[in-house]
Design a binder for this molecule. Structure first.
Ligand code: URA
Length: 266
């Protein structure tokens, strides 16, 4: 992935400003292959760098899975109450390119959310053409009617104010008031509006799967900034896990250049 200037590398990964990088180095916190570095302007291989004896976090591109709790908005704005970026490990919100969610979940929806700094991945995953499957578990206000299965599967369901019908969706009734719904689009409040169009109110909504990524038993992220370890559990450092990138490439036609591009313009 090439050599980068140490101060630019550390600042692009959110560790510190370029100016502060000098202090980091002076304090002996930065090593290359185990040897303390003396200069912050030298070119280095990011794979060999440690800060406080820890390897750099996803230096060549980041894709992680987050278990979003209810009550957090998918926005970078600080004015809309708690947001998901408060839940990420401390360096991530300061990275450049910026870490963003791949699509969004409503504030009141919990479950699987991908975050990445690879802009290209966001586009490929959220493009309507990609038809990435999203699987939701919904709790309804009253007993489900088996006829909904066919209504959602037909591909002619119109949502209020929209011009095109929803693509066919797969509904599986799990219990009288619980259903699993698989959709391949991502319209605004789509699941809630699909049920609402038929007279049901969604009381609880949870995403279990996004494309090939399953939430599994990943713990819900609790208080802001406390759960770095858990978020990082499912971190794929694309540079160090080329097979993960290959998987994505197979599924979403991402070129293997994506991780390199994400390394930025340095
Ligand atoms: N559909 C919704 O209604 N809300 C979400 O968060 C996701 C899909």
């Amino acid at each position: 992935q090439g050599m980068r200037r140490l101060d630019q590398l550390l600042s692009s990964l959110g560790y510190c400003s370029r100016r502060e990088a000098m202090a980091f180095v002076k304090e002996g916190r930065v090593k290359l292959d185990g040897v303390v570095l003396k200069r912050s302007d030298q070119r280095v291989d990011s794979a060999l760098i440690t800060v406080d004896d820890l390897p750099l976090e996803a230096p060549e591109g980041l894709l992680a899975m987050l278990h979003k709790p209810v009550g957090y908005a998918c926005t970078h704005s600080e004015d809309e109450g708690p947001n998901i970026y408060e839940l990420l490990p401390s360096h991530w919100p300061d990275r450049n390119p910026v870490v963003t969610s791949v699509g969004r979940l409503d504030k009141d929806t919990s479950g699987l959310l991908l975050v990445t700094d690879i802009g290209d991945l966001v586009h490929r995953f959220t493009s309507p053409k990609a038809e990435v499957e999203k699987v939701y578990l919904a709790e309804l206000d009253r007993e489900l009617d088996p006829q909904l299965v066919e209504i959602f599967a037909k591909g002619d369901l119109m949502l209020r104010g929209e011009e095109k019908p929803c693509l066919p969706a797969r509904l599986e009734i799990v219990s009288p008031k619980t259903a699993r719904l698989t959709i391949t689009e991502g319209r605004y409040h789509q699941v809630r509006r699909m049920f609402a169009s038929q007279g049901w109110h969604v009381e609880k909504l949870h995403r279990e799967r996004f494309g090939p990524h399953e939430l599994g038993d990943l713990a819900e992220t609790g208080q802001p900034r406390e759960q770095a370890g858990r978020v990082a559990d499912l971190l794929h450092d694309l540079a160090h896990h080329p097979e993960a990138l290959q998987q994505l490439a197979d599924l979403h036609r991402v070129t293997t250049g994506a991780a390199g591009d994400a390394a930025g313009d340095l």
